[in-house]
Design a protein around this ligand. Structure first.
Ligand code: IDC
Length: 490
């Protein structure tokens, strides 16, 4: 028997020890076929209002890869109910809730996360569930932050995402490559009653509306849009293309091109662009149905590849029934969808987009008879000095049931002029912030009326950034829009 020199023995022994440790580790680690490794971490956040809430749940798989999952949790309070869920199939039995994956999000690699959510109701209180299970295993990595809405003074939007993608598995969505609103949030879609970003998390877009392009073309150029994106830090530009009043109907090609140019300028600055088919007088959108089909066929084909485009198919229907508006929407939406299937579409509401309130109605007519299309939201407009608590109450009531977007509002009276009502504007914007309802303010222009953000002559001077040329309303809006917000990125 050949003897092994001591030095070699040591090294062999060392090698053998490593091997034994590896074996022991392998024996301790359950194989996938025998017993799957389990584990999960859950983040549960809500934004609450009286009697209702929106919950967002991020599920992180810390166990073996899985191709299907069921999340389980129990509401602490007997009055808590899931009313409408998304990104999962929810079931509630007493206080026990389960959420099962849909086809597209069933696969969760080790370390991968997915986000689901629901709208719910509560009676006495809305505490967060204290424990969660994933495929029956306890999520000991659970974190349940407080259920209050995020503070309005969040870290700056220019900060990089704070949540790193999982290191053990590639993220399911490509992380943002820039810090602009569009780079971070990507393609938007409606989830539940919210506007959600590419991570299926509710977001709010804040921005400004142009005035009529036929009158204020000189206000929309590289310098003014640089100021809107970089100085105002807006996320949204609403492009108001009047149809009448010397607008689109007088030169469809030129106005279509003008809108497309502004879509590109918004995209170049990472802002969302809301294409507003600005019908106003006559109030019956059907009057412009053929024009709408022609216009939206053109802009949706031209902009189909873009993630930053949102379509608003009628500005302010008035003097017509909800059924007429719905009928119009159901003819125009398919024209857009044929070219740009995943874009969010916004539908005006009765009574100058007041949810019917300005004509004696309310949102029940929409809730009971919604537009037959998915990925849509309904619009609401207000002028703070004219529209107060009864309008705020109705918006809040509606927003718990249908997705709402404030595509136009003024800090002044509904004439677009008069004094700025700061108290009412604060009440409105606080409400919109709390409910994460996106908004555009009327107007980013130098019109000779108090709703305009700039003093007359500003656009000719070309000096948009800073506060030197702002009106009272412009100063108020710039301050408000500049409040930083952080968009969720996982
Ligand atoms: C106003 C403009 C004003 C213009 C008038 C008629 O501020 O300069 O002369 O339109 O076109 C709306 C409309 C919006 C109105 C605005 C203010 O959507 O077109 O703009 N307003 O009156 N709804 C409620 C108020």
């Amino acid at each position: 028997m050949t003897s092994i020199p001591r030095s070699s023995r040591r090294s062999l022994l060392a090698a053998g020890t490593v091997g034994a440790l590896a074996l022991a580790a392998a024996a301790l680690l359950p194989s996938t076929s025998a017993m799957a490794a389990t584990g999960c971490a859950v983040t549960y956040t809500t934004s609450d209002w009286q009697g209702g809430f929106t919950a967002n749940i991020t599920i992180k798989n810390l166990g073996d890869p899985t191709s299907r999952w069921t999340l389980g949790f129990t509401f602490p309070n007997s009055g808590q109910r899931v009313t409408q869920g998304w990104s999962a199939t929810f079931q509630q039995n007493g206080s026990a809730v389960t959420a099962q994956n849909l086809d597209y999000n069933g696969t969760l690699a080790t370390g991968a996360s997915t986000t689901i959510g629901f709208n719910g109701s509560w009676t006495t209180a809305n505490p967060a569930p204290t424990s969660f299970t994933l495929n029956g295993a306890n999520c000991t990595g659970s974190t349940t932050p407080p259920t209050t809405a995020p503070p309005s003074t969040a870290p700056p939007t220019t900060a990089p995402p704070t949540t790193a993608p999982p290191t053990t598995a590639p993220p399911t969505t490509t992380p943002p490559t820039g810090n602009t609103p569009v780079a971070i949030n990507g393609q938007l879609r409606v989830c539940g009653v919210n506007l959600c970003n590419q991570y299926s998390r509710p977001i709010q877009l804040r921005g400004m509306s142009t005035h009529g392009l036929q009158w204020f073309a000189n206000c929309y150029n590289d310098a003014s849009l640089d100021a809107l994106a970089n100085d105002w830090k807006a996320e949204l530009l609403r492009i108001s293309m009047y149809v009448q009043e010397q607008g689109y109907e007088t030169n469809p090609t030129a106005f279509t091109n003008q809108v497309n140019t502004l879509v590109d300028k918004a995209a170049a600055r990472g802002m969302y662009a809301l294409i507003d088919f600005h019908t106003l007088t006559p109030g019956d959108p059907t009057y412009n149905l053929d024009r709408a089909k022609t216009f939206f066929a053109a802009v949706s084909a031209r902009n189909a590849g873009k993630k930053n485009v949102i379509y608003e198919i009628t500005n302010e229907p008035n003097g017509v029934s909800w059924t007429t508006i719905k009928n119009y929407a159901e003819q125009v939406i398919p024209v857009i969808r044929a070219n740009h299937p995943d874009a969010v579409v916004l539908v005006g509401t009765r009574g100058w987009s007041s949810l019917g309130v300005s004509e004696g109605g309310n949102s029940d007519e929409i809730v009971n008879n919604p537009v037959r299309a998915s990925n849509i939201m309904y619009t609401f407009h207000f002028y703070a000095a004219s529209h107060k608590d009864n309008y705020r109450n109705e918006l809040q009531r509606a927003a718990a049931r249908i997705p709402m977007f404030v595509t136009e509002f003024g800090t002044v009276t509904y004439t677009g002029d008069g004094t700025v009502d700061t108290n009412s504007s604060n009440a409105w914007l606080d409400l919109l912030d709390r409910l994460k309802i996106s908004y555009a303010n009327w107007t980013y222009s130098d019109a000779n009326e108090s709703s305009a953000a700039f003093r007359p002559g500003t656009c000719a001077s070309g000096q948009y950034a800073g506060t030197g040329n702002l009106t009272t309303s412009g100063n108020y809006m710039r301050n408000r829009i500049r409040i930083p917000q952080t968009f969720p990125t996982s």
